[in-house]
Design a protein around this ligand. Structure first.
Ligand code: R1X
Length: 241
């Protein structure tokens, strides 16, 4: 079966998928796989498959923002993917979670428009508990800060005349903000598959801490490298259970 937007044959996919925003990051992740091959590069969706320590894994880019990412998640699930792990970047709400930290998202605030069109208002966007545990354990085996907790998913990256809701979510205990996890978690619940996410902090979203946004630092590059290793090792842990 051809997945029409990803332009991938479902039979070529794997039960586990690592998803990330950037098509070039997908390629970088694929270089860590054995026997990696590129299946397609259609719009922002670039798909690779290979194996990691013997476990078949797909790596797919989903672009920026929930609606586009949702197309990717839905097609992967239609194609037979059973476990999706997002590796991404996020803005921190707190000096305790500085750039270069990793955050495992246990749940996401649905501050985006996409999931409103899929499920009622009160429906939670929650990670799979086994995926969270595997990610948190695997991240703990790497060097550096790792936290787990609630993240916020927004649609807007640049502010308009409306205030961003960061202050209230920080006060309520959220750790960081990004743009796709709520879509991933709601779609995974709807379709009956497992999902989790780990993000590398690439700056501060909190207005008091914010500096000029520059995600291209060595600290961020190291954190991205660390989250990729974490996601791959988490898949091996999940597969061995
Ligand atoms: O999720 C956010 C989005 O995909 C984080 O990084 C991107 C914007 O820079």
């Amino acid at each position: 079966m051809l997945l029409p937007i990803l332009q991938v044959q479902a039979e070529d996919l794997a039960p586990y998928a690592i998803v990330c925003g950037d098509p070039f990051r997908a390629e970088a992740i694929s270089r860590k796989l054995e026997g990696a091959r590129e299946l397609a590069f259609s719009r922002e969706y670039r798909t690779f498959v290979g194996t990691y320590e013997g476990v078949p894994v797909a790596v797919v880019s989903h672009g920026v923002g929930s609606p586009g990412a949702a197309v990717c998640f839905e097609e992967l699930i239609k194609g037979g993917v059973q476990t999706l792990i997002r590796v991404g970047t996020a803005g921190s709400y707190s000096a305790d979670v500085p750039p270069g930290s990793l955050v495992v998202s246990t749940a996401a605030v649905r501050e985006e428009g996409l999931t409103r069109q899929l499920v009622p208002h009160g429906f939670p966007a929650v990670a799979d508990a086994d995926v969270v545990r595997a990610l948190y354990e695997a991240a703990g085996e790497t060097d550096g800060v790792v936290r787990k907790g609630i993240t916020v998913t927004l649609d807007a990256f640049f502010q308009g005349v409306e205030e961003f809701p960061h202050r209230k979510y920080k006060q309520a205990g959220a750790l960081a903000v990004e743009m796709e996890i709520a879509a991933l978690y709601v779609i995974a619940s709807l379709r009956g598959v497992r999902a989790g996410a780990i993000v590398a902090v690439d700056g501060y979203a909190d207005a008091d801490l914010r500096e000029v946004y520059n995600p291209h630092t060595d600290a961020v590059a190291r954190a991205v490298e660390r989250e990729i290793e974490t996601a791959l090792r988490a898949i091996v842990k999940l597969q061995s259970e």
